[in-house]
Design a protein around this ligand. Sequence first.
Ligand code: HSE
Length: 326
Amino acid sequence: MENNLEEVKAPTILKSTRESVHVFAPATVANVVCGFDVLGFAVNEPGDEVIMRQTNKPGITISKITGDDGRLPLDPAKNTVSVSVQHYLQSIGRTDVGLDIELHKKMPIGSGLGSSSASTVAGLYAIKTLLGDDSDPAKLLPFAMKGEEMACGHGHADNVAPALLGGFVLIRSYDPLDVIRLPHPAGLYCAIVFPDVDVPTREARQIIRQKINMKDAVTQWGNIAGLVSGLFMQDIDLIGRSMKDILVEPVRSMLIPDFYKMREIAMGMGAVSFGISGSGPSVFAFTKDEETAKRITQKLQQHLTGIKIGSNIYVSTINDAGPRVI
Ligand code: HSE
């Protein structure tokens, strides 16, 4: 699917079909180790929820945010959900609409699991549903990227695209925006561990190298091509041996407690691959079955407890559905 930012047109709508809607949007694993800013996939849990209601007064209010420990702004001019929704409303000429938003965070902020993306996508899917806009959800991508830009200073799409479209996604190009949904083997499980340390994406982007040499580039694009081939060929071993990152991981791993020890444990227990989820601190492993994924998350949690670091763990298959009304 090619989706040029400049070419996004107002959908032919819009007659309100409902007064309120409750939407879930999934967490995502961006980069998938070797594909910095170009690869990502959605998981079944965790995820965020938005309840959106139409009001009589034009404009957006945020009446409630839960699960954020008071960290997110209720001011609609500063919250990524309302700002993205406002951009969408402007693009379709519907600034007359009145909305109230409740945001329920069901995942940690600054976790590397696409927390801001899940909220933004839930908000955009909610307004789309509320207004009966039946155009392709991919049309919402530029608005979701605005939210990402606001959240961390850069409008990358490798969290918002899989959160919005579901499944495994490749951002082939940012200009023009060209987003491709990739297949994946059915039996791929994802074991996720979020060590409870703060790694804001904005900062995790500032520490990475801006220049790379040709030898490293050759290694990296060989791995990206290997990963994408493995996804098409349903070859889990090829996927595993391609998930190596020599550009970003060596730097960002320093922000994650016992990263290389956790890798050793996970790989020793049968993981197919192991790496940083998005900008971290969450880490993830692919496995060939659910039981192995569960055992790995429990063992890594135990290890982190041993070094006095709390953690959240999740086991999931890849979520092909993306956002949904609940
Ligand atoms: N590709 C982005 C980064 C994802 O690595 O900074 C952020 O979750």
